[in-house]
Design a protein around this ligand. Structure first.
Ligand code: M6R
Length: 605
């Protein structure tokens, strides 16, 4: 959360920083700010709210200077006011920060005792004033920065400018990502490759504890022990032009409709349809030896993990444990010898998932991750990376990353089942053929979007909506509820259909729409019985199913789905629940791509 950019350049910094901040806004949009150095002096502009407020402020009161730092904020300490917006500055330094300084109270008390005056309530302002104190005490910039870092506890990525130093910038990484971008006669710092797209494709990912001193022509990276270190330069594939809504009204809409393409792209990396086989990237361990799989993730990625549990247990017959990342390490999990811990994350930076990954690594597990951002910390710290190839996902509500994660997980399941001797080559080929059908069926569902749009507009006035499903569709129900609440602010819950009668059915009356997810076959009859129980209590049932002719006269609506095999139905049923949420949010007029209180990348605990 929070996006940071630093430019040590030879052209005006502000327009370039605004471009970067636009690409970083997915990390937080409570406030934005920039500071520049011009004639050795620091000046800044900050504005609460989205980036456009800062852009307007800068149009009225421009900020010259070729050196600058910028920030887009997801508030942790202090409300999203101008005073709490970054950069935090004194007459000597300006700082932007992503993360949380955990010992900020003790540091603040010591600064207050020294007579420091604070203008806001953020933990970051403490860092600006600490650094100023070191400089006031006569330390040179590098020593002052080192001494400041030594006092900080918590998670941070920092980018720092110092008054009078027009060819100097510092950055530090401890728990929150920071990337150095190398230019020609210019150098940069940013939260990720997206921040630096358009500035540089030659990137250096700092490691935990690293800090960096930049000039325009040079850089030096030091580790936590202040030893000079060499870190590899990687070439980013992220282009500035990739972050574009095209003809769509929202990024979320674009990303929903891209799914047939990106799922095909993802499956293309794992399946060989001609040979009828699955190929995973070079495996550092033998799948046949895996005694247990532990799946860990947050939010939508967690629901992908829950779907995968059904697949892996049913098809590969390997025991699976699934947990929410923020809970995982605190319950002191029992690891199986030689077990596989598999982490799912679009961003590859989610702090809770990353901490869980490190816990599993220390616990001796083989560590694999399914990520969308290839240069992400999770990808770099995993023994095995299974990329999802969804392309940049910008909308805060995750859509294509979900179906692409499922595509990877389905491919992984087949490979695991084959390695374990649970299925033969013919069965593998059958599953491969089935998966290959998914993109075309997804396109077919999206082509009928007016129907689901009409249903969404109808139910958008509801205060509460339930999603129900059984078995592998229970996680799809929970994903539907998450999607709906996060972008439309309608209260929604996902339940196992059979669980309703144990309490939640008390919520049902004629005002409560219930979305029933019930593909024909398997447990569908049982789900339909549960839907009948809801209708008997006047609940408005919307059925998502391939069943013919509806299941009851008093059903409120049905969205007809195509029939498909068991492996791909969860992927297909993700689409109508995404569309329902999207169109309900549009009907309500909420900010679909940047819903309130949220950020795309959650890099705090
Ligand atoms: O980047 P990750 O996949 O680790 O993110 C996990 C969740 O924060 C994310 O899926 C979140 O729940 C989405 N906003 C849901 O739409």
């Amino acid at each position: 959360m929070c996006g940071i950019i630093g430019i040590l350049g030879s052209n005006p910094a502000v327009p370039r920083m605004l471009e970067s901040l636009k690409r970083l806004e997915y990390r937080g949009y409570d406030s934005a700010g920039v500071a520049t150095l011009d004639g050795g002096k620091i000046d800044r502009r900050r504005a609460p709210g989205k980036l456009e407020a800062l852009t307007s402020a800068l149009a009225q009161d421009p900020l010259p200077g070729n050196v600058g730092i910028g920030h887009t904020r997801w508030a942790t300490h202090g409300e999203p006011t101008e005073a709490n917006a970054h950069p935090h500055a004194t007459d000597k330094v300006a700082i932007v920060h992503n993360g949380i300084i955990e010992n900020f109270k003790a540091l603040k008390d010591s600064l207050l005792a020294d007579g420091a005056v604070f203008e806001g309530e953020t933990d970051t302002e403490v860092v600006a004033r600490l650094l100023t104190r070191e400089l006031n005490n006569g330390a040179a910039p590098r020593e002052a920065f080192q001494a400041t870092l030594a006092q900080l506890e918590g998670a941070f990525a920092l980018c720092v400018m110092i008054a009078g130093e027009e060819n100097l910038m510092f950055g530090a990484r401890e728990g929150s990502p920071l990337v150095v971008g190398l230019g020609t006669g210019e150098n940069y710092l940013g939260s990720d490759a997206m921040a630096l797209a358009g500035l540089s494709n030659r990137l250096i990912y700092l490691e935990e504890g690293d800090w960096v001193e930049l000039s325009r022509d040079d850089y030096q990276i030091f580790d936590r022990a202040n030893q000079l270190v060499a870190r590899p330069v990687s070439i980013s594939q992220v282009a500035a032009t990739m972050i574009d809504k095209g003809n769509h009204r929202h990024f979320m809409q674009k990303e929903i409709y891209e799914q047939p393409t990106v799922v095909a792209q993802t499956l293309g990396r794992y399946l060989d349809p001609n040979a009828g086989t699955v190929r995973l990237p070079g495996m550092p361990f033998d799948l046949a030896d895996i005694p247990k799989v532990t799946l860990v993730a947050c939010g939508t990625s967690f629901y992908a993990a829950q779907v995968a549990r059904y697949w892996i247990e049913k098809i590969a017959r390997v025991p699976v444990e699934v947990d929410i990342a923020s809970e995982f390490r605190y319950r002191d999990p029992v690891y199986a010898d030689g077990g596989l811990a598999l982490f799912i994350s679009q961003s590859g930076e989610t702090m809770d998932t990353l901490a869980a990954l490190r816990h599993a690594k220390e616990g001796g597990q083989h560590v694999a991750s399914i990520v969308n951002v290839l240069g992400s910390t999770m990808a770099r710290e995993s023994d095995l990376v299974l990329p999802m190839h969804a392309g940049p996902e910008v909308g805060v509500a995750s859509t294509k990353a979900f179906t692409c994660s499922l595509s990877v997980l389905a491919s992984f399941t087949i490979a695991l089942a084959e390695a374990k001797g649970q299925i033969d080559a013919e069965a593998v080929s059958g599953y491969v053929n089935e998966l290959e059908r998914a993109p075309a069926l997804m396109a077919k569902i999206l082509a009928n979007d007016e129907e689901i749009e009409a249903i969404a507009r109808d139910i958008a006035t509801a205060q509460d909506i339930l999603f129900v499903g059984r078995g592998i569709y229970f996680p799809i129900a929970m994903e539907g509820a998450l999607k709906l609440k996060e972008i439309s602010y309608i209260h929604a819950e996902g339940y196992a259909a059979g669980e309703l009668k144990h309490g939640p059915i008390a919520l049902i009356d004629e005002h409560v729409p219930v979305i029933g997810i019930a593909p024909n076959g398997g447990l569908s009859e049982k789900t339909v019985s549960n839907l009948q129980e809801i209708m008997a209590r006047k609940g408005k049932v919307v059925l998502l199913s391939d069943m013919e002719g509806g299941v009851a006269d008093d059903m409120y609506a049905q969205f007809k789905m195509p029939s498909a095999g068991d492996l791909i139905t969860p992927i297909l049923y993700a689409l109508p629940v995404q569309l329902l949420s999207y169109y309900a949010a549009v009907e309500k007029g909420t900010d679909v791509d940047m819903p309130r209180n949220l950020a795309k990348s959650v890099t705090v605990e």
